[in-house]
Design a protein around this ligand. Structure first.
Ligand SMILES: [Zn+2]
Length: 325
């Protein structure tokens, strides 16, 4: 199995190793401190002797504590960018020199370290959690109805709510009282770090990495990855077109590498969940291309390596296609 690096201490160990490499000048590490005192890292890779002008800048993130394969995939790509080899020792698939010369790539590998630290497992392979147990672990349990998943909201306040019990690892505390789901509220470290880094590099692309369980039927048919695109009315036309080409390129590579890719679709959320996305990403979707990966989790049908390698394939494709544009 590929090394699965998804916990904060594993990431920090890896950062210490990368800092010892002769190529360490290709990496800049910044962080913001979350309310809980965790370092939320932005790891930027490029040939910094070449100025930002004329380069494309890409932001790669993950907001969800329960989706550790996203972190593991990012670490696999950072390893390739710095050493030319992936975590299994295989040569990287893209023209590394050219990528370093012509792009700036920032990774936020753990968007909510507090949640990730409280995660019960390093990864989810489907052997321990039913779908309901998995969702209760993510969103917490309704204190009035144990065993029933609590509601999903952008922000909640312990002064106004009966807190879920247990809490649910998706949430990040942002002060003494309030908790947010990171990609649904601007008070999250995930959004704060994005704005901080975007002020510095003015990103052209944002690749947001996620995992989901996929339906039983889909999984049995071998589907294990898909790209979600923003709502068409929530994105500038030139970015909508580029999002679509980009999604197709990743999907093609997924299929070539033997993953079970479904064709890209518009983000399927409706109602209040859709409203959270419109509210938080409209301004961003109008000035940069942004798409979302969804790679399978918590299914025994697929080896855990799929969770890592489908994510790294999406990032690798994102870098490789920019060299041709
Ligand atoms: Zn997610």
């Amino acid at each position: 199995m590929i090394p699965f690096i998804a916990k904060q201490d594993q990431l920090e160990q890896k950062l210490a190793e990368w800092r010892q490499l002769p190529e360490s000048s290709l990496m800049k590490v910044e962080h913001l401190l979350s309310f809980t005192g965790h370092k939320v890292y932005a790891i930027t890779i490029s040939d910094f002797s070449i100025p930002r002008e004329g380069k494309k800048a890409i932001y790669v993130t993950q907001p969800h504590a329960h989706e550790p394969g996203t972190t593991a995939g990012m670490v696999d790509v950072i390893e390739q960018l710095l050493t030319g080899r992936d975590l299994l020792g295989q040569s990287c698939t893209f023209d590394r020199e050219k990528v370093l010369e012509s792009t700036v790539i920032t990774f936020n590998p753990i968007g909510n370290p507090f949640g990730r630290e409280n995660a019960p497992e390093l990864y989810y392979d489907g052997t321990k959690y039913s779908m309901n147990e998995f969702r209760c672990m993510i969103f917490g349990e309704d204190p009035e109805n144990p065993g029933v998943q609590w509601k999903r909201v952008d922000i909640w306040d312990i002064r106004e709510e009966n807190a879920p019990n247990p809490l649910g690892i998706v949430y990040e505390p942002v002060d003494e009282f309030r908790y947010v789901e990171p990609n649904r509220h601007q008070l999250s470290s995930y959004f704060k770090l994005f704005y901080q880094m975007d002020a510095q590099y003015q990103y052209n692309y944002w690749l947001d990495l996620h995992q989901m369980m996929f339906g039983q039927q889909d999984a049995e048919q071998g589907y294990n990855c898909i790209i979600f695109m923003p709502y068409p009315d929530n994105v500038a036309p030139q970015h909508a077109e580029e999002n679509s080409r980009w999604a197709d390129d990743i999907t093609k590579v997924w299929l070539e590498r033997g993953f079970g890719a479904k064709p890209p679709i518009t983000t399927p959320y409706t109602d209040i969940q859709a409203e959270y996305f419109r509210r938080n990403y409209a301004e961003i979707n109008n000035r940069m291309s942004r798409i979302t990966t969804e790679v399978v989790t918590n299914r025994t049908l697929f080896p855990v390596d799929v969770q890592v390698k489908a994510q790294s394939a999406a990032i690798e494709t994102t870098l490789a296609r920019l060299l041709d544009n």
